[in-house]
Design a binder for this molecule. Structure first.
Ligand SMILES: C[S@@+](CC[C@H](N)C(=O)[O-])C[C@H]1O[C@@H](n2cnc3c(N)ncnc32)[C@H](O)[C@@H]1O
Ligand code: SF4
Length: 412
């Protein structure tokens, strides 16, 4: 979720959706998920551009309403608003993802309370996936046990690296080894599904550092690994340090090498890629919530700066936790703007998202120019020949390295 909000038309004060987007308008067959954003961190990592605030950043802005202590109540107010806006939509919630920021800076009881509100207002579908992100230093066995008892089914830990000097450049506050211990603690608490997030391409990281991080992650036995190339976001402390020459700029060729190392190591250990940056040990270990984003399902994003997509309407909330809580306290939507997607917007979005999946995207949604680009991509070894012959565009390993460019060509 980028921290800069797009332009758009205003959201009605009560948050109402246009009739075509509501359940009666045909939403019935799409699964419904909830993203719950928690916009607080103990300290800000120098590379991070997410909509999150430290206590120092919040001091003097937004007043008591912006505080962590009241946050769960404000978020529950938005869940109740969602119930009103979705009216008699009978769908139960298939997936819940609590993300941040650092959700685990809140007491476990607050996260469980938010989940309870979803259960009361919508009901959770049988076998629903309920994930929370967590920073490794912010949980202990008792905390994890409380989440598990409260209905959480999946933990996602921000490991990033196993090397102390890499963690230092990233401003991470956990010690090497702590994320691996978190996996064991989560398993002991009864979590069948555990993810570790890794970052590659940090200034000063060598190929061997990256191999060591992958080996440490794999050795901990999560059933899911996400590996992201470090993005140097404008306006971050990392971007300033690179500009001042304090740390070297990251390099695209190096990123490609690291990706190949990741795919090779993870595949050898029994993890299969199912999205360009995501690997899982089995279909059941995939993140169903992210799959719901990638396949154009409906999701309600609650919390400051969160984005939602229901029935072809996309909207986004005000960014600041104080403004967010204020809107809900006044029984107003926290929605800051929205756009109603056209059929062409949705077609392009399908290509953007589905092409990054191992299942690929159907060729019959491409235009003439896109289809010609797909034929060239097969000849160049960027799309796989066998699925192409069956009508699907699926990236090869080389295609995954150049995914952004291939996607751009196919959306022509
Ligand atoms: C927003 S964080 C939230 C999770 C948690 N606060 C943490 O940091 O462990 C989600 C994940 O996004 C990834 N991430 C954040 N900023 C990134 C960047 N600039 N480049 C690449 N990955 C990034 C990190 O791997 C991180 O674990
Ligand atoms: S802890 Fe996570 S959300 Fe917070 S600043 Fe660091 S990467 Fe961003």
């Amino acid at each position: 979720m980028p921290s800069v909000l797009p332009e758009g038309e205003p959201v009605p004060r009560d948050g109402a959706l246009p009739p075509h987007a509501t359940f009666g308008g045909g939403a019935a067959h799409r699964p419904l998920g909830f993203y719950l954003h928690v916009p607080y961190c103990a300290t800000r990592c120098g590379y991070c551009d997410f909509n999150t605030y430290t206590a120092t950043e919040l001091r003097g802005s937004g007043g008591a309403l912006a505080s962590r202590e009241n946050y769960a109540d404000a978020l529950i107010d938005e869940i109740r608003l969602a119930r009103k806006v979705l009216g008699d939509d009978p769908r139960q919630v298939e997936t819940v993802f609590v993300g941040g920021g650092t959700p685990t800076l809140l007491p476990a009881a607050d996260l469980v309370r938010m989940l309870r509100a979803l259960r009361e207002e919508f009901g959770l579908a049988p076998g629903a996936e309920v994930t929370t992100e967590a920073n490794p230093e912010s949980v202990d066995p008792a905390y994890l046990a409380e989440l598990r008892e409260g209905g959480f089914t999946r933990m996602s830990f921000g490991m990033q690296s196993a090397r102390p000097h890499v963690l230092k450049v990233l401003d991470r506050t956990h010690t090497p080894g702590r994320p691996e211990a978190c996996v064991a603690e989560a398993r002991a608490a009864g979590f069948a599904h555990v993810n570790l997030d890794l970052i590659y391409g940090t200034p000063g990281e060598s190929d061997d550092d990256w191999r060591a991080s992958l080996d440490a992650a794999i050795g901990a036995g999560p059933d899911h690994v996400s590996a992201y190339a470090l993005i140097v976001e404008d306006g971050t402390r990392l971007a300033s340090r690179i500009r001042r020459g304090e740390v070297p700029m990251t390099d695209d060729d190096e990123h490609a090498d690291r990706y190949l190392i990741a795919d090779e190591r993870l595949s050898a250990a029994g993890y299969s890629w199912y999205e360009v940056s995501n690997w899982a040990t089995a279909d059941a270990a995939r993140c169903r919530h992210n799959e719901l984003y990638w396949t154009g399902a409906d999701w309600w994003g609650a919390g400051p700066g969160a984005h939602s997509h229901v029935g072809g309407v996309r909207w986004w909330n005000v960014k600041h936790p104080g403004a967010y809580a204020q809107a809900l306290a006044e029984s107003r939507t926290p929605g800051a703007g929205r756009e109603i997607l056209t059929a062409e917007d949705r077609r392009v979005e399908r290509i953007l998202l589905e092409l990054r999946l191992a299942a690929g995207c159907p060729l019959d949604i491409l235009t003439g120019a896109g289809a010609a680009a797909a034929a060239r991509a097969v000849a160049d070894g960027l799309l796989a020949a066998a699925p192409y012959a069956e009508g699907r565009a699926v990236l090869t390993l080389r295609g995954r390295l150049l995914a952004d460019a291939v996607v751009r060509d196919l959306t022509d």
